[in-house]
Design a protein around this ligand. Structure first.
Ligand code: UD1
Ligand code: CA
Length: 489
């Protein structure tokens, strides 16, 4: 907590979110760009390094509390058992802190758990204006094209100052025509907030304690009520249903892609490219169409990913190329390649210049520098040495039905096509294996492993056993002496 930090940020996230029509997930746990709605609010709040970071939870509180503990341990969950309104929610938070002997002094920021486009920068601007103007309360407002459903900002005709906020359901027709709305985000003087909340009644259309009533209460008591108008109303959009959820995801994605492009990343088709908030990159990375970068995925300098790729928590090295690939928890080294049609699962690690080719699945395995698995293979729980080539259609048979076992293939090996490596098994450096082999025993360095039945040919079998077929006709034609071809000399 620095000198300018607020004493507390209170994130309101107890509401039912009925318009999401979700039986499984509380509204604030729905995701946008790799982070829950409440996670976005907490992340923005954390940028202010507040003394206390409180999230008020209620609806499906066990799920929300568990999520916060797992992903945002810096936030403290406070339960509002019954959702009696936004004023009641803030009062519950402050009373819980007070009961723990935490007396707030300075600024309290109140924000909502359902506005994922709201940034730490916007909260900082609000807190800055609040302090600078010496306000008792400062509200973040926005002028919106469609104010329906929001609280409207009533301004004093004489001085233009905020006089009150009136909710949609309590508003007159004239008030409903106002297009400046309450974002639901405020900066308060802590002491004044406690006093004002004590005066809030439930005398309104919804029978709730409205936090918004504190503005009129403070103004009447002679305190300054300020407002900061958001430069872009889209920054404060709240999510109430899944249509708004998709809209917010699109807006946030556009913001993330723009940031990437300004940092030197080529995004060929922003319309079909999706980034999560934690994605990172270096200049000259190229993202081809229909590509999703999720979690902590990182793109190295000059790497190229896509088209049609989904990469989660995956590191792509400088100059590497990954196409038509699904990857999760993988590492693709410098100048390495994967795809088209590769599946890199957790623990797949490709060293520099390694190659995982077409229709190849790799799990929990390391490929050494320049090692190649070019075609149609499954590599699981394996170590493949540098410069080794694994033949097409090979499988590390890693699972005996109970336990997993490792396959170790040394450096500069050439394993034949259609090999089964029955793990645990080790192929020494520089060894070869024959095509079609089932490799059950270790192959020593420099040796050739062969494990397959001798071939025998039964002459004339088709003409005897499949007479009259086109195969038999072709065989008969092949058996006739070739037409006379005059020879020279
Ligand atoms: C609220 C504001 C409105 C503003 C709008 C912005 C009030 C009375 N109204 O209206 O002026 O324009 O937000 O989106 O404040 N919550 C609780 N506990 C409760 C009730 C709500 O934690 O008892 C939380 C909700 O989870 C939500 C936030 O507070 O995150 C706002 O509640 P919501 O019911 O969505 O309020 P609105 O009617 O949208
Ligand atoms: Ca709302």
């Amino acid at each position: 907590m620095s000198a300018n930090s607020p004493a507390a940020v209170v994130v309101l996230a107890a509401g039912g979110g009925t318009r999401m029509k979700s039986n499984r997930l509380p509204k604030v746990l729905h995701e946008v760009c790799g982070r829950s709605l409440v996670g976005h609010a907490v992340a923005a709040a954390e940028e202010l390094t507040p003394g206390q970071l409180v999230v008020v939870i209620g609806h499906m509180r066990e799920k929300v509390a568990e999520h916060l503990a797992a992903h945002h341990p810096g936030a403290r969950a406070v339960v509002q058992a019954e959702q009696n309104g936004t004023g009641h929610a803030v009062r519950t938070a402050l009373e819980t802190l007070a009961a723990d002997g935490i007396e707030l002094d300075g600024t309290v920021i109140v924000t909502t758990g359902d506005a994922p486009l709201l940034t730490g920068g916007t909260l900082r601007a609000l807190a800055g204006a609040h302090a600078e103007q010496g306000n008792g309360v400062t509200v973040l407002t926005a002028v919106v094209p469609e104010p329906f459903g929001y609280g409207r900002i009533l301004r004093d005709e004489a001085d233009g100052a905020v006089a009150a906020i009136v909710e949609e359901k309590d508003a007159s027709d004239a008030q409903r025509a106002i297009d400046e709305i309450n974002s639901g985000v405020f900066a308060f003087d802590a002491k004044l907030l406690v006093g004002a909340l004590a005066e809030v009644t439930t005398d309104n259309a919804q029978g709730e304690e409205y936090l918004t009533d504190t503005l009129e209460i403070l103004r009447r008591a002679g305190h300054r009520v300020g407002a900061v108008v958001a430069a872009d109303y889209r920054d404060i959009l709240g999510i109430n249903d899944r249509v708004q959820l998709a809209h917010a995801r699109r807006l946030l994605n556009d913001r993330l892609l723009e940031r990437a492009m300004r940092a030197g990343v080529t995004v060929v088709d922003p319309a079909t490219t999706w980034f999560d908030v934690q994605v990172s990159y270096e200049p000259d990375a190229v993202v081809l169409p229909n590509t999703q970068l999720q979690g902590t995925t990182h793109l190295g300098e000059g790497s190229e990913v896509g088209p049609n790729s989904t990469l989660k928590d995956t590191r792509i090295g400088a100059g590497a190329r990954v196409s038509n690939t699904t990857a999760d928890g993988a590492e693709v080294g410098e100048l390495a390649t994967a795809g088209p049609y590769a599946y890199l699962r957790p623990g797949a690690r490709l060293a520099r210049k390694a190659k995982v080719g077409t229709y190849v699945e790799v799990k929990n395995s390391e490929l050494g520098e320049g090692a190649k698995v070019p075609h149609l293979s499954y590599i699981g729980d394996a170590t493949i040495g540098e410069g080794t080539n694994v033949g097409a259609a090979s499988v590390t048979v890693n699972y005996d039905g109970v336990n997993k076992h490792r396959t170790v293939i040394g450096a500069h090996c050439r394993t034949g096509s259609d090999n089964m490596f029955i793990a645990p098994v080790t192929i020494g450096d520089g060894a070869y294996t024959a095509a079609g082999s089932v490799i059950t025993n270790d192959v020593p360095a420099g040796g050739l492993g062969v494990s397959r039945a001798q071939q025998r040919n039964i002459a004339g079998w088709v003409e005897r056993k499949r007479p009259g077929t086109t195969s038999a006709q072709a065989a008969a034609a092949a058996a006739e002496p070739a037409a006379e071809v005059p020879t020279e000399g």
